[in-house]
Structures are given as C-alpha cells and as structure tokens.
Design a protein around this ligand. Structure first.
Ligand code: GDP
Ligand code: IMO
Ligand code: MG
Length: 428
C-alpha cells in the first residue's frame, strides 16, 4: 500500500480537518507529519464542532489508528488538555492513537522564547501563534532537542533542566521576564499523563503497516505558502509543510507516496503577518471574512481575506506534486455577482508573469485579475456536484484549466455531509 497525503495549498486553514475526517473511513491509519499546536483543524458532524490541534483528524472514526509522526513538535500540556476535552466521547483515545518516540517536545521555555523573539522583531514580527514552534524546530536542528521517547530515560529531568537553563540564558539576554514554577509543574504532570500512551518507532510502525496492506493518510498542517523553504519567507512556519515533509516527517520513502490531495479555499485567507498579493482591504474583504467566519481556530485572530491567487495555487500544486485538488468553502461566494481571480502578477517594468516572485514582501508587483460571473444564489439544498449552478462549475473548470489539476471535491459547508465528490476515490 501507499501513503496518500492531504495538505493545504494556501496559507493554512483551508479545511484540512474537515476533509481528513471525511476521507478517513477509506483509510485505516491517519498520521500527522509536521507542525504542532499552531494548527487548528475543525471537524463538524452530528451537530458537534471540534477543533483539533495535535491529535490527527481521523480520531473520531472507528477502526482507525492515528499516529503523531516524528516530524511533529508536540506540546504535551496542550495534548493532555486536548485528550481530556474528548472525555465526553464514547471511545478510548489511547486505543486509537500512538506517538512516535522521535517526535520533538515543545518545552514551556520554547513558548517563552517564541514570545521573546517576536517581541524583539517589532513591526517585522511573524505573527506567530506563540506556541513555541520555531524555537522547538531550532533546537531540533541545533541537535539540542528532547524527544517523546526521552521521557522514559532515567536522566530525563536532568536533561530537561539543562536545556531549560540554556533557554533561560537566552531569555535573560532579551530581558524577558518569566516565572517557571507553574509551567514546570504542569509540564511534569503532562509527562506522567503521556506515559499512558503507546510510544512507537514511527518509521518501523508505518512501513510495517504498509507492508501488511494497511492504508495511510498523511495529514498536513499549515499550508504550502507557509513552508519554511518554499513559502513567503521569512513570514512562514518552521517546518516543511509540503509533500516532501511527509517523507521525512514519518520515515517513508518517496516511492511509497501515492496520491497527493491539495486543498484550497475558493478564495484566499492568511492569518498573521506577511505578504498576501490578493488581499482585499475593502468591503468585499470584510464580506468574505464575515460570511466565511474567518477567525483563527487556534488564536481567534481575524483572518485576512482576498481573491483566489491562481499563480500561487499553480506553484503550490507544482512543488507538492498534487494529483487532485479539493475546493473548499464554495458557499462563501454564494452572494457575489462577480468573482475575481488573480491570473498573473504585473512587475514594476510592466511585464506579466505567472511565477511567484523571489521576495513577495519587498519586490514591487501587483496582481492582475480576471472577472468571472458568480452564481449569486444559495447552494443550500443541492446534494451532488452535478446539481451545482453552472457558474460554479465554470469556476471549477477555469481553475482546473489554469493549474492543469483536476478538482475532485467541492465543499459547500462545514459539516461532513456538505461535501460533493465527483469521482469516488479508490485507495491503493
Ligand atoms: P484547517 O486548519 O485546514 O483544518 O482549517 P480550519 O479548521 O482552521 O478552518 C476552516 C474553517 O472553515 C473551519 O471553521 C471549518 O469548519 C470551515 N469549513 C470547512 N469547509 C467549509 C465549507 O465548505 N464551507 C464553509 N462555510 N465552511 C467550511
Ligand atoms: P492550520 O494547520 C494558518 C501562521 C501563523 C504565523 C506563521 C508562523 O490550522 O492550517 P508559527 O506559530 O508556526 O511560528 O507561526 O504561520 N500559522 C498558521 N496559519 N493556519 C495554521 O495552521 C497555521 N499555523 C501557523 O499565523 O503567520
Ligand atoms: Mg486551521
């Protein structure tokens, strides 16, 4: 069997949680491979809305094993909280979830460092979720980090204290004030809690499952334009959010990857700082924000909104090797007589390009738009793709022609059931 990957093609919050939950019954394993509690993945079913930060979005489906892969950075305090919030559901999370021993731990001081670094950047701040993501990946690369499996080592506390002491020296150099008493206590409560979970060697575990004929869906976090290498650097997150990250974040070889599902909204949003070529600062932007309820699932911050950026989408499809796309939140465009899409960027010397400029923050360019006819009617009551208005199908076709990638799912609402698939997916 192969690993199929689902990942975001924009700046995150495309609806990954909803679609992983929708597709999960086709698979028997769901794995997170990067990111951490900066993610907020929303699932809605049976009138319940649930936001997951670190637990893979296959957790609510029966007979599926979920795995937190080695590429993830795990905050065990937030993890404990997430698990405890699920107590009202009628299943034992421990039976459905395993953790890779090689997953890096987010320490409370990583969160403080995140805040100290952001504060020092002034108006150049990234707009981080302040969950300690950047500093934890920094320590991983610097070969200083602590991993889930280390929790079981007899000298774990000493190693923890040594790393914290190092962090404190940095915090002091930033004149950043902190008190570790409470956060340390919470961390070690979570250490005891997490010992009740099954720790695995993720690479052997996932490859073993593939060899035994089990299928795996890898769940991306963030989005391609937040990728550390290919995103709008430096306004990015600190991991490879793109498909290559799934190989290193789970320990599977590239030839084990099957389909790559790329998910995008029918328009664009971004939360945090950084360039956003098609951002709208007018009433239309506000309308997208209100109708789309565009407020962050992790931080509650307002999401900036704008029209769909096709050069960016095509770029994301290219770097991920996307095999099919899923278009989300089509219903948010219901009230528009006209819909704009960015088809090119006009550079300072007047030339047009459909390639993303090297430095989208500082290079001078403006988006060039094409105006398409909106469907201007509600999608409520439609129950399959064919029943959708012609203008919406034309919009889908336009995007497919531009990117050269088929759109196989159109989502018209947050609930599991509000999902129209054009061609059933056969998992191999
Ligand atoms: P993720 O981070 O990619 O999982 O996405 P988020 O959960 O952060 O944000 C997506 C938001 O859009 C959530 O509130 C979802 O419930 C909601 N959503 C998902 N699909 C649709 C859709 O097709 N229409 C509407 N209106 N909302 C949707
Ligand atoms: P999901 O998985 C949207 C953004 C932050 C900030 C930048 C860096 O829900 O799509 P970080 O905390 O990673 O150092 O922040 O990345 N960001 C997200 N934006 N969705 C996310 O995750 C995000 N995770 C991080 O707002 O601009
Ligand atoms: Mg989100």
């Amino acid at each position: 069997m192969k690993v199929d990957i689902l990942l975001g093609l924009q700046w995150g919050d495309e609806g990954k949680g909803k679609i992983v939950d929708y597709l999960a019954p086709k698979y028997d394993t769901v794995a997170r491979f990067q990111g951490g509690p900066n993610a907020g993945h929303t699932l809605e079913f049976d009138g319940i809305k649930h936001v997951l930060h670190q637990i893979p979005s296959g957790i609510f489906r029966e007979n599926i094993l979920n795995i937190v892969g080695n590429g993830v950075v795990l905050d065990i305090v937030i993890f404990k909280d997430e698990i405890e919030k699920m107590a009202s559901f009628d299943f034992d999370v421990k039976e459905r979830l395993v953790l890779s021993k090689k997953t890096q731990l987010i320490l409370p001081t990583h969160r403080l460092l995140d805040a100290a670094y952001e504060q020092s950047k002034g108006d150049k701040k990234i707009g981080s979720t302040l969950k300690g993501i950047g500093p934890t990946y920094q320590d991983k690369i610097a070969r200083l980090g602590l991993r889930v499996g280390d929790i079981l080592a007899p000298n774990f506390r000493d190693r923890y204290d040594a790393l914290v002491a190092q962090h404190c020296r940095i915090l002091d150099s930033y004149n950043f004030e902190y008190d570790l008493t409470e956060v340390n206590a919470k961390f070690f409560e979570a250490v005891e809690f997490i010992k009740g979970f099954c720790f695995v060697d993720g690479a052997y575990f996932i490859n073993g499952r593939l060899n035994e004929g089990h299928s795996v869906l890898a769940e991306g976090a963030q989005g391609s334009l937040l990728d550390i290498d290919f995103g709008s650097y430096p306004y990015v997150t600190s991991s490879n959010t793109t498909s290559a990250g799934a190989c290193s974040g789970m320990g599977v070889a590239p030839n084990k990857i099957g389909r790559v599902y790329g998910i995008f909204k029918a328009y664009c949003t971004r939360v945090g700082s950084g360039p956003f070529p098609t951002e709208l600062f007018d009433e239309t932007g506000k309308e997208l924000q209100n109708v789309g309820n565009e407020f962050g699932a992790t931080t509650g911050r307002e999401r900036r909104c704008g029209w769909l950026d096709l050069p960016a989408l095509k770029y994301a499809a290219m770097i991920n090797g996307v095999t099919e796309m899923f278009m989300m939140k089509a219903d948010v465009l219901d009230g528009f007589e006209e819909i704009k899409v960015c088809t090119a960027y006009k550079l300072a010397d007047g030339t047009l390009t459909d390639e993303m400029p090297f430095d989208i923050d500082n290079e001078e360019f403006e988006p060039v738009y094409e105006t398409l006819k909106g469907w201007n009617q509600t999608l409520v009551g439609r129950d399959n793709y064919e029943a959708l208005p012609q203008e919406l199908k034309d919009y889908v076709k336009y995007i497919e022609d531009f990117t050269g990638v088929k759109i196989n799912i159109v989502s018209v609402g947050p609930d599991r059931t509000e999902t129209f698939i054009r061609e059933e997916i056969e998992v191999k």
